[in-house]
Design a protein around this ligand. Structure first.
Ligand code: ADP
Length: 494
């Protein structure tokens, strides 16, 4: 199959969240299965061209209709058959320090930037003569791709058999802009209506994609159901309900080679299911790095270390996490480390928590992938009390390091974390339903109770460590979805 994958962020080149992980991995897996995959993404100023060995493949203005953009090329994957080709669109619109915002404020021209990207990405495929069987667009940034295909490119033979899939990685981000920006999109006025891109008097780019794409997918089966309800539909539940028959939930996987505690290039000694000593060393290093008191010698087992690696955003349940910790910390001897960055008020609130519990709470307010590995490995329990969670990678990564997740059972967290049952010994973590600090606190205290029973907790760690959420399974599901999109396109509807 010839697959074009459009994404506004692709790890390891550019990343703000889980979308980058998916975009960096799925194309590689599909390529390894023998499919021909081209990834198209913007070339931001922050992408390190030298480190990633990117090559300049076109002169300025060479690509017709691309408004003076340049094309750069790189690869995803080890080389050979398993390599996905990555085309970077270099244009003034992306020559900025960050992807979408600076100092907490969205770039005011994000509508122009990403509508341009969506159109240019299609032109770029023509420029390199890659006629895809299917185009896989992602989130609001590329949601206009199916819209342009059914307007600007409607009678273009090049795309005439191409099916479209749009994946929703987070419904909260929809690309909503004021109505007076409509002209910037270059779309016919008849599309500014409720059945298309109009959304309560504004423009909603994601909605356009939801209406015009052949198939919709999102990143977990539970989230696919949740977003069709009024309480979790972020205003688009009606549109999503109307497309229920073509909305599929496919759980993300993680790349176990990247999140492997037994590698020797980790900031701690290698460990695995049969030799867990390295995990205890990781905990020591982590405590030291955050200047925390290990509490060793004060009883057996040593105090539990709770960890969190997250964007600091209300979505991640930071309010109940803070309130829960203010309740838990005085009643237990647990330690807590937070690696997170994002909203200024939340950063300040976690910094304050660290001041309130000196030696017991450590906070690093930054985005630091290397330190993240140490937090995943060195923690005993991983806290992820999200208000909502499309899929969530943190809980799966934590499990890969034998760190037991404590989560709110929503979206992908509910699809991946099976609450531990003391009687059967089954389960891989702890979970709670109600979005309250009390429920979180009760669940953490129950987890700490199990932690103190060493043999039970070791068995639970093993359950987590042996859990596998692989991309192979996800890739097979995406291929099914692609075939379905192609059939729908061929028939002109299902
Ligand atoms: P989201 O995409 O909503 O941010 P996910 O759990 O799906 O949440 O993915 C988050 C990804 O970003 C994970 O790979 C996680 O390790 C990483 N991450 C989040 N915050 C940080 C941070 N402060 N430093 C390093 N990595 C982080």
């Amino acid at each position: 199959m010839k697959i074009a994958f459009f994404s506004s962020e692709v790890a390891p080149f550019s990343k703000t969240g889980g979308l980058a992980d998916v975009s960096g991995t799925l194309p590689q897996i599909l390529a390894a299965e023998g499919h021909e995959v081209v990834v198209v993404t913007p070339l931001y100023a922050c992408v390190d061209r030298t480190r990633h060995g990117l090559r300049h493949t076109s002169g300025r203005g060479e690509a017709p209709g691309l408004g003076g953009a340049e094309i750069w090329e790189g690869t995803l994957g080890a080389g050979g058959r398993s390599t996905a080709r990555v085309l970077f669109l270099s244009a003034a619109a992306f020559d900025r320090a960050n992807l979408y915002q600076e100092t907490g404020r969205d770039y005011p021209d994000n509508d122009v930037r990403f509508s341009y990207f969506s159109r240019a990405a299609l032109l770029l495929l023509k420029h390199v003569s890659f006629a895809p069987d299917v185009i896989h667009a992602n989130d609001w940034q590329t949601a206009l791709v199916p819209v342009y295909l059914k307007t600007h490119f409607l009678s273009d033979e090049f795309f005439s058999r191409c099916g479209t899939v749009l994946s929703i990685h987070n419904l909260a981000y929809q690309g909503v802009f004021e109505a007076d920006r409509w002209r910037a999109l270059g779309l016919p006025d008849r599309l500014f209506r409720m059945e298309a891109l109009e959304f309560y008097g504004k423009i909603n780019l994601l909605k356009g994609g939801l209406v015009f794409s052949d198939i919709l997918s999102t990143v977990s089966p539970r989230y696919a159901r949740e977003i069709q309800t009024q309480s979790n539909g972020a205003g688009l539940d009606g549109v999503l309900q109307s497309r229920a028959g073509t909305l599929v939930g496919i759980l993300n996987g993680i790349e176990y080679a990247d999140w492997d505690p037994s590698r020797d290039d980790n900031p701690f000694p290698p460990y695995g299911p049969e030799r867990m000593a390295g995990k205890s060393t990781a905990k020591k290093i982590l405590l030291e790095q955050f200047g925390l008191d290990s509490g060793a010698g004060g009883g057996d087992p040593a105090p539990a270390l709770l960890g969190s690696v997250t964007r600091l955003d209300p979505q991640k349940g930071c309010d109940i996490l803070l309130r829960g910790l203010f309740h838990i910390l005085p009643r237990t001897n647990a330690r807590f480390v937070m690696l997170g960055s994002g909203a200024r008020d939340l950063e300040a609130a976690f910094a304050n928590l660290a001041r309130q519990f000196p030696g017991r709470v450590g906070v690093a307010l930054k985005f630091d992938p290397k330190l993240a590995k140490l937090v995943y490995a060195g923690s005993d329990l991983f806290l992820m009390p999200s208000k909502y969670e499309p899929c969530g990678l943190g809980q799966m990564i934590a499990m890969a390091y034998g760190t037991v997740p404590v989560v709110r059972l929503t979206g992908g967290l509910a699809d991946t974390v099976r609450p531990y049952d003391e009687n059967s010994g089954k389960g891989n973590g702890f979970g709670f339903e109600s979005y309250t600090a009390e429920a979180l606190s009760r669940t953490v205290q129950r987890a700490l109770h199990i932690y103190r029973q060493k043999s039970l907790f070791s068995a639970l760690q093993q359950n987590a460590l042996r859990e596998r959420f692989t991309w192979g399974q996800a890739a097979r599901s995406y291929l099914d979805v692609y075939s379905r999109a192609i059939r729908i396109r061929a028939k002109g509807g299902e």
